[in-house]
Design a binder for this molecule. Structure first.
Ligand code: TRP
Length: 461
């Protein structure tokens, strides 16, 4: 056990897992998904999915990890169900795909931080040019991968936990000050209204599918990241309340990110929210111009914002890298530092098409055209869709495994460790119902819908 490492405290685990959850998904992706999904209606569905569908999946992942003290693949073997380790393997594959493109966007964030420090506010209008400069963006993403590898190679308590305990509070402070600031801008309320007043007529299958993908991605579920982090958690800790805190932290940060960004967007557009669907460029295109109007404060606020984004991304890339590294360390008995280097290098290579997909190469920039679509999708977006789909599939299989193969009573046994009142609690009944019935049925159904709407352009509503 000692050789494998572990979190030194409950707070360390929560900081690391919340650090994994809170990332580009919350601050970059969530707002543009809200924009594309028509605003507040998307937010409502996203929140429902997080609490009703995803929370039980999180509890299950952490419990499997802590029970077995193994990586995402080894955990299934350790429970005696070797065949089910394909779920872990699918998870590792998803993690590798996610990190390969996530690291590119993280590089953009860090590059923007540098541009803001230098006072280059016109970078927003040159976003396309910026992402197309693959030497520059490539260098930033190499830098980011090195920072991630450094933390992962230092191990669980000395690297991951320590970094998260510093970065997470910094993140919360930065985001709160930016929210307060954005509220003072002219037209801020038009943004808030777009974000918080739902128009349910905008709900259709694409919106539901987007919200489901987003909730899995945002909570780092469905690929064994939380099996892995759970494997470093002590038996003394309460899994259910820890998971609740992680979910709240993640949802809270996404919510705050929206509260910060839509006032900025509204300010930029003079209150017109009809173009709030900026896609991947939403914050990269809009925000620098906003910061420019702030005069001297702009350099500070702008740098702060993109530093925040980079920090948020870093604790997430760490968790994404930790999943395959932990697998290689456990299963192939490789030294952590060596495993980290090899895995990070391979993932960087896999990320090259994503690096090229945003302006540098036409092949990867117009990679596939889905059925029913009238324009092609770039490689990075495509990789994102594949990975998101795997997460929902992986999450469904994990709960089905826990309820029907490993069995609910074993899961409950693990959950009661560190939670003395569990066996008579309402939480137990709720989790039993959701994990045995509600989550598997809804998740499989939604998985099919996600595939239909993502790849085949089939839309209902
Ligand atoms: N949750 C992170 C975000 O919102 C991304 C992430 C980190 C992730 N680790 C993960 C997503 C594991 C899925 C699985 O930015």
């Amino acid at each position: 056990m000692a050789a494998r490492g572990g979190f030194s405290s409950r707070l360390g685990f929560i900081a690391a897992a919340a650090g994994s959850a809170v990332g580009l998904g919350n601050i970059w992706k969530f707002p543009f998904e809200v924009g594309d999904g028509g605003g507040a209606a998307f937010v409502v569905i996203y929140l429902l999915f997080c609490f009703i569908l995803c929370f039980p999946v999180m509890v299950t992942e952490v419990a499997i990890g802590r029970k077995t003290q193994k990586n995402a693949v080894g955990a299934f073997n350790a429970l005696g169900f070797k065949r089910w380790n394909v779920v872990g393997k699918l998870g590792i594959l998803s993690g590798v795909i996610i990190l390969s493109f996530y690291n590119v966007v993280a590089g953009w964030a860090f590059g923007y931080f540098i541009e803001m420090v230098l006072g280059h506010f016109d970078i927003g209008q040159r976003f396309g040019e910026f992402t197309a400069d693959f030497i520059k963006v490539g260098a930033y993403s190499i830098l980011f991968m090195l920072a991630t590898s450094y933390i992962v190679s230092r191990g669980v308590s000395g690297g991951i936990e320590k970094a998260s305990k510093i970065l997470m509070p910094a993140l919360i402070l930065m985001i709160l000050s930016l929210v307060v600031y954005s509220f003072t801008l002219p037209n801020a309320m038009a943004g808030v209204e777009f974000y918080l007043v739902p128009d349910f007529s905008k709900i259709n299958l694409a919106v539901i599918s987007g919200a489901l993908r987003q909730s899995f991605f945002s909570l780092s579920l469905g690929m064994g990241a939380l099996i892995t982090y759970g494997s470093y958690l002590s038996k003394k800790e309460n899994i259910v309340s820890s998971s609740a805190l992680i979910t709240l932290a993640d949802v809270g940060m996404a919510f705050l990110a929206g509260l910060m960004i839509f006032p900025f967007v509204a300010f930029n557009s003079g209150g017109d929210m009809s173009n709030a669907s900026g896609g991947a460029g939403l914050i990269f295109v809009n925000l620098p111009g906003v910061f420019e109007t702030l005069g001297g404060a702009g350099v500070v606020i702008g740098s702060l914002f993109f530093l925040l984004l980079s920090f948020a991304a870093l604790t997430s890339t760490v968790s994404l890298l930790e999943v395959p590294v932990s697998y290689v360390v456990d299963e192939y008995k490789m030294k952590r530092s060596k495993a980290t280097m090899i895995v990070a290098f391979i993932i960087f290579l896999i990320g090259i098409p994503s690096l090229l997909a945003n302006g540098a190469s036409d092949l990867f920039g117009r990679f596939v055209t889905y059925f029913n679509a009238n324009s092609p999708t770039d490689f990075m977006t495509f990789a994102g869709h594949i990975a998101d789909t795997f997460l929902v599939l992986g999450g469904s299989l994990i709960v089905i495994f826990a309820a029907y193969v490993w069995k609910t009573k074993n899961l409950e046994q693990e959950l009661s460790e560190g939670y003395s009142g569990f066996s008579n609690s309402f939480v137990k009944k709720y989790l039993r119902f959701t994990i045995s019935y509600l989550s598997p049925v809804l998740l499989i159904l939604l998985f099919v819908l996600v595939v239909l709407s993502n790849f085949f352009g089939i839309n209902i509503g």
